[in-house]
Ligand binder design. Structure first.
Ligand SMILES: [Zn+2]
Length: 529
């Protein structure tokens, strides 16, 4: 290897060992394609000896037409020295028919002696013979030295001897694993430097995040001369997770100015992260470095006015480089610059209307004091702004509403809502049932409006969140409801606040429908213009 960095992704193997993470074979194949397009060199697909799903994956992955990435099967060294050639685990790895394999062996005496009952020589031979068999079969072999750092700290000679066994047998990369995630970056750096006196094969690094240092440890190893780095997308993995490639990669490229073996499409990083979260059915981490929704979000008025002059003042990199974007949030910390920025995003120029932006800032501060929150409800903010500018007025008036919830003696409940609404002077009376009062109101509102606005049938409720604002007030506390809606092509969020949860929900629901109707109206106007 030259000093180009090789990127090894283990989202599909170590990543799926994380709690709550489950991927079907189809999901795994989709992720492989995305990782390949992104520029990852090696994709560890699973442990074929451990379960039938991984075996099936390796059969199907051969059918994919990958540009550059190599798929890799994972497994452990043979269990017994007597019959290494027929070891079921090694046989399964070879049967996976990948050009690259990664194999882990014990490098901490505690594990080989106490865990497996092996003498030093036996462990050394198992590593040697297992690697040798894989090399004889023409594989590129990545040797994962499990618990390397813990083993090294306890008995340096032992762990170097085990690494040497893999090297002598022909391993192509020796990966030092911080399996328990307890090592500090300065130790990782010093150990890699020292080890280079004994080892000639390229060194790799595999870390876990139990001390919140997996990314720092990976970078430290690279700075000390490691040329291969392993991690997962979004840092998923066992316990606290693996090293997060979504942070390692931009740091390597943008901060350490390292070159990767394959050109990385860094501007696809954020969408890759979201894609993997989506397939794993996990809520994206909004505070994730580089790729999180809040990674370049500015809320404080002073920050915002500075960022608008020169974004470098409060941003460590240009968000576009990682496919993310700058956001400015509207809140009670906002100044006029936040409002002007948001307005500009919506295509409204407030720069010569200082009076209005000042008025809006005060108005928003008062609403936030009452419990509204607009940084999670940008559609409600847009309606508010546009109605201040006389561009928007509600598409319907609710004249009367009633919700009943009836419980029978078996504990079953039934909710029913009755609504009287007015559209352009015409009155519509409807009733609808629902699973609970909010759902009944939602159903009644849609039913009443459908005749006037058939396009609302596209609107779907995506998420519904309730937050109690002043918990000490008990059941008379105010609640804030945030609703996320979608129509298949975009999603938007709206907010409602009241002491009455149904009222708060109804405000947010009404905003959601008004917002979409406003958008439809604008589209129509644009077409006829
Ligand atoms: Zn691991």
């Amino acid at each position: 290897m030259s000093n180009l960095i090789e990127l090894f992704d283990t989202t599909l193997r170590d990543g799926t060992q994380g709690e709550g993470i489950n991927l079907s074979v189809q999901d795994k194949l989709l992720i492989v394609q995305r990782l390949d397009e992104f520029g990852i060199d090696i994709i560890e697909g699973g442990w074929p000896g451990s379960n039938p799903r991984d075996e099936e994956f390796f059969k199907k992955v051969r059918g994919l037409n990958l540009h550059h990435a190599q798929v890799c099967a994972f497994g452990s060294t043979a269990r017994s020295l007597n019959d290494v050639e027929n070891d079921p685990n090694l046989v399964a790895m070879l049967n996976a028919e990948t050009s690259v394999v990664s194999i882990f062996g014990k490098t901490w005496r505690l594990h080989s002696q106490k865990g497996l009952g092996l003498s030093d020589e036996e462990n050394e031979q198992l590593i040697f013979k297992s690697v040798e068999l894989l090399k004889k079969n023409g594989r590129r072999v990545i040797y994962d030295a499990e618990h390397f750092f813990d083993g090294y700290k306890e008995d340096k000679a032992f762990s170097i001897k085990m690494l040497k066994a893999a090297e002598t047998a022909g391993a192509d990369v020796l990966v030092l694993c911080d399996t328990n995630g307890g090592t500090l970056p300065n130790n990782v750096f010093d150990i890699v430097i020292e080890l280079k006196k004994y080892i000639n094969a390229p060194i790799g690094i595999h870390t876990h995040n139990d001390s919140e240092l997996a990314v720092a440890n990976s970078l430290a190893a690279i700075q000390a001369g490691a040329e291969h780095v392993q991690g997962t997308i979004n840092g998923v993995g066992e316990r606290c997770g693996n090293a997060n490639l979504c942070s390692i990669i931009p740091n390597l490229i943008l901060k350490l100015n390292k070159e990767t073996k394959q050109k990385i499409n860094l501007e696809h990083l954020t969408s890759l992260s979201n894609f993997v979260f989506e397939l794993m059915n996990l809520t994206p981490n909004t505070r994730a470095a580089f790729v999180g929704k809040s990674a370049f979000a500015h809320k404080g008025g002073i920050h915002v006015s500075a960022v608008l002059k020169d974004s470098k003042m409060y941003e460590h990199i240009d968000p576009k480089k990682v496919g993310n974007k700058q956001r400015v949030l509207v809140s009670d910390l906002s100044g006029q610059s936040n409002i002007r920025y948001k307005a500009k995003e919506l295509g409204i120029d407030l720069s010569d209307n200082k009076e209005l932006s000042k008025k809006l800032v005060n108005y928003i501060k008062n609403l936030e004091f009452d419990g509204f929150q607009f940084d999670g409800a940008e559609a409600s903010f847009e309606l508010l702004l546009r109605s201040e500018l006389n561009e928007f007025s509600p598409f319907f008036d609710v004249l009367d509403s009633k919700v009943n919830v009836v419980y029978d003696n078996k504990g079953h409940s039934k909710a029913e809502a009755v609504l009287k609404i007015q559209v352009d002077g015409e009155i519509e009376h409807t009733a609808a049932d629902g699973d609970g009062p909010v759902n009944a109101l939602d159903n009644a509102l849609r039913k009443a409006l459908l005749r006037f606005y058939p396009e609302i049938s596209l609107i779907k409720l995506v998420d519904y969140k309730v937050r109690v604002l002043n918990e000490k007030a008990g059941t008379t506390a105010k609640v804030r409801v945030i609703i996320q809606s979608g129509d298949g092509s975009e999603t938007w969020s709206t907010v409602g606040v009241s002491e009455n949860i149904i009222e708060a929900s109804f405000q947010a629901l009404s905003d959601s429908i008004n917002y979409k109707l406003f958008k439809f109206q604008k589209e129509k106007q644009a077409l006829t213009a």
